[in-house]
Write a protein of this length. Structure first.
Length: 260
């Protein structure tokens, strides 16, 4: 089987990345609603500061399924997601995988060794066609000494990742599979929830396979469980999106804290 193609190119920031600046037009980094999530990494930077960051980067265009980095491989900095979605996961020696998180435009991946020392603790791949900007560790270290807003963005991002991975560890270690799904839905609603008429919409596309990877179950089990929750009037599904109609009921399910 041929590996998924990956295209790599140097970013021409003077003309090709106006989408990352405040020069007008849609900014895909801010298009995805993340009310309780981390702020975009470049949020709060002046146009000059953004240009200083972008000048140090190298753009990669990845097709869906392409590997961005692998666990235990040498780490060299971070990747800022411009478009698409990156899945971060851990692969056991047996081949079993557990998804840690899906990251969207504005987020960065590649930590926790953001300054390019050590090795990757997990792997990252493109869950959809994606564009990322690689910021080498040495260059990033210099940038954060000059741009305080960038340093705060990295701290905020690492803090948010720590919360996500802590919640995942608690979920996998202390809950049944049924409780995990309820906990995950509440957790995702806290991260990506947008209030709508009729409930809280998880404003992110998660397939049944995506949810299964995160709770350690099969896709078929997730499909059956969501159908059961739908019949009970607790949730409803819209293609790859989920509307939580009764968050109060979901929160009362075993193993789900109110602050999940």
């Amino acid at each position: 089987m041929q590996p998924t193609p990956v295209r790599t190119e140097t970013a021409h920031f003077s003309s090709g990345l106006s989408l990352l600046t405040s020069s007008g037009g849609p900014n895909p980094m801010e298009a995805f609603p993340q009310p309780a999530g981390p702020r975009p990494l470049l949020h709060g930077l002046s146009e000059l500061e953004r240009n200083l960051v972008l000048e140090q980067g190298r753009r990669r265009v990845l097709y869906r399924g392409a590997t961005l980095f692998t666990q235990e491989a040498p780490n060299d900095g971070i990747w800022l997601i411009e478009t698409g979605r990156i899945r971060v996961f851990y692969a056991a020696p047996t081949g079993r995988e557990i998804t840690l998180a899906y990251w969207y435009p504005g987020n960065f991946v590649g930590g926790p060794e953001v300054f390019g020392t050590g090795t990757h603790s997990w792997s990252g791949m493109a869950a959809s066609n994606s564009t990322v900007l690689h910021l080498p560790g040495a260059a990033l270290r210099q940038l954060v000494t000059k741009i305080p807003a960038l340093a705060f963005g990295i701290i905020d991002g690492l803090t948010f990742k720590g919360r996500c991975y802590s919640a995942l560890a608690q979920m996998l270690g202390t809950r049944s599979i049924t409780d995990r799904l309820a906990f995950l839905l509440m957790h995702l609603s806290g991260l990506y929830g947008v209030e709508e008429e009729g409930g809280i919409l998880i404003a992110a596309d998660f397939t049944h396979a995506d949810l299964a990877h995160m709770v350690g179950a099969t896709r078929q089990w997730v499909t059956i469980s969501l159908k059961r929750l739908t019949e009970q009037g607790i949730v409803s599904t819209r293609r790859s999106q989920i509307l939580i109609q009764r968050p109060d009921v979901l929160a009362r399910m075993p193993g789900v804290r109110k602050d999940a």
